[in-house]
Design a protein around this ligand. Sequence first.
Ligand code: NAD
Length: 256
Amino acid sequence: MTTSFPTSPTVVVTGAASLRGIGRATATRLAEHGWNVGLLDLDGGACADLAAELHDRFGVEAHGVGADVVDRGAVQAAVDELEAKLPPLTALANIAGVSSPVPYLELDADEWRRVMSINLDGVHNVSQRVAQSLVRSGVGRIVSLSSVSAQRGGGTFSKTPYSVAKAGVIGLMRSLARELGEFGVTANAIAPGPIDTDIMGGTLTDERKEELAEDLLIRRVGTPDDIGAAIEFLIGADAGWITGQTLNVDGGLYMH
Ligand code: NAD
């Protein structure tokens, strides 16, 4: 059965609060292009403020909630609230995540678990809850942020648990693609290269940006909107036959 793509679709964006982050840029871009937006991050107040701003600027339906993606009960309640406040869900952008520059030989169990739980369990928790709604509607899109770090074993800022969790995200999206395809739901990963946000230990200096760009074929670090554009494509109506893929948006850093 093929259900047509809604004319006024709604997307849940996690990790939307960070001021210079990919989530906020993506939510803003999507709202500007007519998507209703459900915003989820640790700071519910910041999500609510952004939702009000996007509603005022672009006239879309928008609602923000606070939840830790690690907490399954909080995720359940947050997505329930978004569903109650917004038109039916069509898409999910899993953007929430944390970095981890700890060298492997110094890594302790808490750091391993922290990074795995936010960057992998968190993506699973939100995806499973949202997927339950998407399969009922017969059309849906899930996109999750992996990283070039998954493919190259680190190499930008974060190290082992980050790479492992981000590799897990690729496997998770492939598996969801296989299980959810029959319900009209696609699942894909995006593997960004270095993006000019604050996640790599704070705002990048011009010198650091030049260093990071040295490895790239397109000689600049990426912008949050470079990733937002790829997310917009993969969750859009025209990407309905793309599933189980990893799209490298990395200035040519990694080819396979
Ligand atoms: P960011 O730090 O600006 O944003 C991350 C957001 O995730 C923040 O708003 C934060 O509050 C939220 N978050 C963290 N833990 C959370 C939790 N437990 N529950 C709910 N929300 C939580 O970083 P960013 O650069 O915008 O990164 C966004 C995503 O892109 C991350 O998954 C990151 O791993 C991935 N990524 C970033 C880069 C890069 O170079 N910036 C490269 C590859 C992948």
